[in-house]
Design a protein around this ligand. Structure first.
Ligand code: ADP
Ligand code: MG
Length: 565
């Protein structure tokens, strides 16, 4: 047989075949050299391809798709600058333990390695390494199948994370005999194998919880990721232990659940004697588990798939190293009736604290000042969403995030998506597209005006794909707050009275400009009912924000200069 009659394929087809073989049906991307034809082919072959305006937002969409589905989300970019733009999202995915694969095209290896000056020359794999859970390059067309298999395993197994996969242009263009190509592909078996807890670790943890008078269960986004919703709820309810959700674990049990201690957060952190951490790290978001937020004497159970997370900040007396689904099933199987019983005094005092704080908060929430402040505007958002538990809520900003976390109640698991472990700004539009495309459900993105600026161009993407995303901008004219009228722009100030609503009108979406809570609530309700792209410019008092929101203490202070107020 001569080569003319031998059936051939090439790198482009093999990449698409490798994705399809592994059930990956969506790519978030920005097209360009050398992946343009690859994306065209993927779309022609039935993969959903969402083209973005900036790779960081495409990467954020892929990352949140990974969080929601437990399958690595795919972000595809061009070489050097496109790759670097995507790298922020890859690093953020790794930090948040979201499975994602950044696939970037790259330039000629021979030229890159001798630094002879190629178009978009860069050693991308080396650049990605410190920011990724794993980093691979495919150098031969027959290795494309293995490259994707390795990337999928690395992203989804154990503690999930971001993986980089480098695809040199020459590999995409290389040909291979069809029969060899078929054999080179790998359908990954068991990409996220169960990690079963040892019976001793389960018994040790239950013993410690049984000794507790004032126990607390702290649920993190790892618990949300695990999709063990029923078992988590059953364990919480059977033990009657108060629970506290981290922000992205809200809705795992509904926020209005009688055992929720969210409204008594400071009180329970300070006073619990045994805390069971489920998929939550004792990082800065939990004051590293240290006094004065926590008591010196607190004892810990920690359920986590990553063994090296244990003892990271406080000694953990009862580590349970396992995936949360397996761990919660084991806990339920081993739990004896009446074995764990929080003291009545503890439950009583938690309830009392909750009551007090809810009353305090009610006064703030019921105020209706003009212009709106963060609390009153968020109450309007909450009212608009009260009978829409199906809506995904994306939330970022400084004050917009801090207040939003407390005021926006969630009823369904994995429906609140926010700035996460880094407290990063700019995830909003990427997460909104990711959530809408994965779920087919509406999204309301509650965005600070500054946070929106990092990703705002993606409203064109939202309009182009006609996604049911309602973006609400809390517009207080700046980072933290607006500048005083008549003063030159400060480092934190943004244009006063910007009309963000008009941006979306340029793309055929629906814009709303609102200054009152009743109008804000109605605009959200109407926009959700319409099911079309909308942007609501909500005017917030420019003096209402606090510097750095709730984390002002993280700003270093100069010993010399007087800090501006
Ligand atoms: P939060 O910010 O909500 O507190 P973190 O991101 O700090 O949550 O913690 C999530 C933890 O969950 C990480 O330590 C991660 O290793 C762990 N984790 C993620 N997925 C699983 C899983 N399926 N089973 C067990 N642990 C998991
Ligand atoms: Mg602002």
């Amino acid at each position: 047989m001569d080569s003319q009659s031998t059936a051939m394929t090439d790198g482009f087809h093999l990449v698409v075949d490798a994705l399809k073989l592994n059930g990956i049906d969506t790519i978030y991307c920005v097209a360009g050299i050398p992946v343009t034809d690859l994306l065209r082919l993927a779309q022609a072959e039935g993969i959903r391809v969402y083209g973005f305006r900036h790779e960081q937002n495409a990467g954020n969409a892929a990352a949140i798709a990974g969080f929601l589905t437990q399958k690595p989300g795919i972000c595809m970019t061009v070489s050097a600058p496109g790759f670097l733009n995507g790298l922020v999202a890859l690093a953020n995915a790794t930090t948040n333990c979201f499975p994602m694969i950044l696939v970037s095209g790259s330039s000629d290896r021979a030229i890159v390695d001798l630094e002879q000056g190629d178009y978009e020359e860069m050693d991308q794999m080396a650049a990605a390494k410190p920011f990724a859970k794993a980093s691979f390059r495919v150098n031969r067309v027959e290795d494309i199948g293995i490259g994707f298999a390795r990337a999928i395993h690395a992203a989804a197994s154990g503690r999930p994370g971001g993986v980089y996969l480098d695809l040199p242009a020459a590999v995409l263009g290389s040909t291979l005999e069809l029969s060899a190509a078929k054999k080179s592909l790998i359908k990954v078996v068991d990409p996220a194998p169960a990690s079963i807890p040892s019976p001793q670790s389960i018994a040790r943890a239950l013993d410690l919880l049984a000794k507790a008078e004032r126990p607390l269960i702290l649920l993190g986004k790892g618990a949300a990721y695990a999709q063990a919703d029923k078992d988590i709820r059953a364990f919480v309810e059977k033990t009657a232990i108060p629970f506290l959700p981290m922000s992205m674990a809200k809705g795992l049990l509904p926020d209005d659940h009688a055992q929720s201690a969210a409204a008594a957060r400071s009180y329970v952190l300070k006073n619990a004697d045994v805390v069971m951490l489920v998929g939550a790290r004792l990082n800065w978001l939990l004051s590293h588990g240290k006094p004065p937020t926590w008591a010196e004497s607190t004892r810990f159970v920690q359920v986590d798939v990553a063994a090296n997370e244990i003892d990271s900040n406080r000694p953990i007396e009862a580590p349970v190293v396992a995936d949360i689904k397996s761990a919660m099933a084991a806990f339920l199987a081993a739990l004896k009736p009446g074995q764990i019983k929080p003291s009545a005094a503890w439950l009583g005092s938690v309830a009392e604290q909750k009551q007090k704080n809810v009353e305090k908060m009610a006064a703030r929430l019921n105020a209706d000042p003009t212009p709106m402040n963060f609390s009153s505007a968020l109450r309007a958002v909450r009212s608009a969403l009260s009978n829409r538990p199906d809506v995904y809520v994306v939330n970022e900003g400084a004050n917009t995030l801090d207040f939003g976390r407390n005021i926006l109640d969630m009823k369904e698991p994995r429906h609140r998506l926010d700035s996460g472990t880094w407290g990063v700004m700019g995830i909003g539009m990427g997460y909104a597209v990711g959530a809408a495309t994965v779920s087919g459900k509406p999204v309301v993105a509650v965005e600070g005006d500054s946070a929106f600026g990092f990703c705002g161009m993606e409203i064109e993407t939202i309009c182009r794909y006609k996604l049911p995303v309602v973006t609400v901008i809390f517009n207080n004219n700046g980072i933290y707050r607006g500048d005083k009228p008549g003063t030159p722009p400060s480092p934190t100030g943004l244009l006063a009275n910007a009309r963000y609503d008009r941006m979306i009108e340029a793309f055929g979406g629906k814009g709303y400009h609102v200054e009152k809570t009743a109008d804000l609530q109605k605009a959200i309700t109407d926009a959700l009912a319409a099911g079309k792209p909308a942007l609501i410019n909500a005017v917030i008092d420019p003096t209402a924000g606090t510097e750095s929101g709730h984390i002002q203490s993280l700003n270093p202070k100069s010993a010399l200069a007087k800090q501006p107020s």
